[in-house]
Ligand binder design. Sequence first.
Ligand code: BV8
Length: 235
Amino acid sequence: MPQVSTPGSIVVLTGAGISKESGLDTFRDHDGLWARVRIEDVATPEGFHRDPGRVQHFYNARRRELSEGGIEPNPAHLALARLERDWPGEVLIVTQNIDDLHERAGTSNLIHMHGELLKIRCERCQRPMRWAADLEVSSLCPDCGRAGVLRPHVVWFGEVPLEMDRILTALDRCSLFVSIGTSGHVYPAAGFVSAVRNGGRARTLELNLEPSNGASLFHDVRTGPASELVPAFVD
Ligand code: BV8
């Protein structure tokens, strides 16, 4: 269990690396998603409006993999769920990931700052809803009934991440900030460690397969696979 003086709150940021050992691709590793598709084509609003079918195909392939590919939470996800259960202070998991592995591991105090793969959103009423295979981009919105555009409930580049106020408040109050499985390339998530360090109080720890882009900003950096590092940190 982490060594901090009083049971203050802990904020954990996770990225694609925590799900890698569950069988999901990362983005910027040599075999990652961005080695196969262009960000501009599938992870920007412009790309979606230029070719919604291509974007729908990209996300439907990831949905099928997540739902039918035997993808399960790994020991890192499970350890974080134990940390939330056993730590006397608050534990908030802020994930950049759009998979549902934290939920399925038992984590409940969770923010998906880049959205959720298994949800879609009507561009007219903006209400997120559970994705269903028979819902196409041009289907009538099941909520508002209008023909509009049903898009992935995912934050693309140039779009505002979700629940930023709640995240920044938690970062300001925490006693420990832990970053797991992220390359530290994408903002504002990559800037969270600086925000915590500027507060001057909290300890900061990076757990990653290799030092991230922001590793020098952390008090402690431990390298290795998340399925080993995270249980060792939690237990
Ligand atoms: C925004 C869609 C304004 C979902 C994604 C400065 C300030 C603010 C913004 C910017 C800025 N500079 C530039 C920007 C704009 C931009 C940005 O950051 N661009 C980058 C490229 C420079 N940011 C944005 O547009 C964001 N919006 O800024 O709005 C704003 C800001 C604040 C407040 C109000 C308004 C929106 C960004 C979201 C984009 N959407 N994806 C999807 O399809 O999944 S980004 C994409 O990258 C994913 O969401 C992913 O989560 C994210 C980060 O990637 P990682 O998770 O880190 O994955 P990666 O492959 O890179 O790294 C994996 C790591 O794991 C590696 O280090 C590897 O070593 C490690 N690893 C591998 N295996 C293991 C492992 N670790 C442990 N164990 C293992 N087994």
